[in-house]
Design a protein around this ligand. Structure first.
Ligand SMILES: Nc1ncnc2c1ncn2[C@@H]1O[C@H](COP(=O)(O)OP(=O)(O)O)[C@@H](O)[C@H]1O
Ligand SMILES: [Mg+2]
Length: 270
């Protein structure tokens, strides 16, 4: 294992919405520079809250980090406003409202380039996005609202890249997409890691596909991290196989915790 300090470290982070609803508690995780880290968990587990806490967007939902620290390259960025976090080098591809549907692809990208950039810089940056996603170049005059599901995700990722991040947070890009498209998007993520040297924290429902490209993973349940490990460890873990990878006849409606408790009770009493 590497001993260098992580690029991103969450230390026992707690987030409370509207001063009363505790969404995550004691969440600690590390993302090493250059890694792809996958973040797994069922609906409502706290994945989006965690990514929005890192990127500063929870503030817009009247939610705040009330305990713990969010260290980016050693600096505590908890409760910073989103623009300041973005300037520091972190971009979020959000779960919802990723693109402006009534604007063209080109105007979406233009809107994402920092206001201070010169004409030449804007062009160079947008051309880089088109190099990565040739399908966006083909569709640049189309309204974003008419893009296919996969193209929308590409536009959302492309827009995030225009903030020139070093850490990219990606929230559920595969929702509602066919597995083939999910694989294509994950291939793009791997390419971005390799060509731009990006570090990526990825929330993904397609656990088996995501684990396939991940260096490390965390499982969150009811606002708490319940398991973490390398791709090999998580992929080989019986509970993960049963509950997230749909193997071994597990009941997908049961929570990870229930599966574990069931196992324990079988072991102790069965
Ligand atoms: N805007 C909000 N106001 C109040 N509670 C919220 C809000 N957004 C999320 N939550 C709560 O935070 C918890 C975690 O939600 P979320 O982070 O969206 O989970 P996930 O992304 O894993 O599905 C849930 O219990 C949810 O009800
Ligand atoms: Mg979510």
């Amino acid at each position: 294992m590497t001993e260098s300090p992580p690029m991103l470290r969450l230390e026992k982070v707690e987030v409370v919405y509207k001063k009363v609803i505790t969404a995550i508690q004691g969440v600690s995780l590390d993302v090493q520079q250059g890694q792809i880290v996958v973040f797994l968990g069922t609906n409502g587990a706290g994945k989006t809250t965690t990514l929005r806490a890192i990127s500063g967007f929870i503030g817009t939902d009247d939610a705040w980090v009330t305990e713990g620290r969010i260290l980016f390259e050693g600096q505590d960025i908890a409760n910073w406003p989103p623009q300041k976090v973005a300037n520091r080098g972190i971009a979020l591809v959000p779960e919802r409202e990723k693109i402006f549907e009534t604007l063209t692809v080109m105007d979406n990208l233009e809107a994402s380039v920092g206001a201070g950039a010169s004409r030449a810089t804007r062009k160079r940056m947008i051309d880089t996005v088109f190099d990565h996603f040739p399908r966006l170049a083909t569709a640049k005059t189309r309204l974003a609202g008419y893009l296919s599901g996969g193209e929308r995700q590409m536009l959302a990722i492309g827009s995030a890249l225009l903030c020139e991040p070093r850490l990219l947070l990606v929230d559920e890009m595969s929702m509602g997409l066919a597995p083939r498209l999910v694989e294509e998007l994950l291939d793009h993520i791997v390419t971005l890691k390799k060509t731009l040297g990006l570090t990526i924290l990825l929330v993904e429902q397609s656990a088996h596909l995501a684990l396939g490209i991940a260096d490390y993973g965390y499982v969150i349940e009811n606002g708490r991290i319940v398991l973490d490990g390398t791709r090999e460890r998580l992929g080989g873990h019986k509970d993960v196989q049963e509950f997230y990878l749909g193997q071994g006849g597990g009941d997908a409606r049961k929570s990870y915790r229930e599966v574990k408790q069931y196992r324990r009770s079988r072991r102790w009493y069965g």
